[in-house]
Design a protein. Structure first.
Length: 130
């Protein structure tokens, strides 16, 4: 966990996903501004934010927890992309690209989560107070 969150491939891919989600949702109907558009954007921003915050924590257990939250947000995005596609807000090409990105990022997150040894997560954290 010594590297910067910016060095993590998961964070880099998540940042690209956020950019692409924002671009795709620009064309959503205006009446969806506070509905699906907002939900999709918030979920997208949540993924790299949780990866970064988790990596900055002092324990593997916390990093694992934040990665799990990021994974949950990613599944939320997958669901919302499907809804947007079903409603005709998202074209076949955009939908396919976003599904491909979320699938790839999901595999990367799963591998990163698996790489954090469960034994490391069970160690007690060191208290900084006296």
């Amino acid at each position: 966990m010594g590297q910067s969150y910016r060095d993590l491939v998961a964070w880099q891919k998540a940042m690209q996903l956020v950019t692409d989600i924002y671009r795709e949702t620009k064309t959503f109907p205006l009446e969806e501004r506070y509905g699906l558009t907002n939900q999709l954007r918030r979920a997208a921003v949540s993924v790299p934010s949780n990866i970064a915050e988790g990596q900055a924590r002092f324990s593997a257990r916390e990093f694992h927890r934040f990665l799990s939250i990021a994974r949950g947000s990613l599944v939320e995005i997958e669901t919302q992309v499907e809804i947007a596609t079903n409603l005709g807000f998202l074209g076949r090409v955009g939908s396919s690209r976003l599904h491909k990105q979320t699938s790839e990022l999901g595999r990367i997150l799963n591998a990163l989560i698996a790489s954090i040894r469960p034994s490391a997560c069970n160690r007690p954290t060191v208290s900084l107070s006296n």
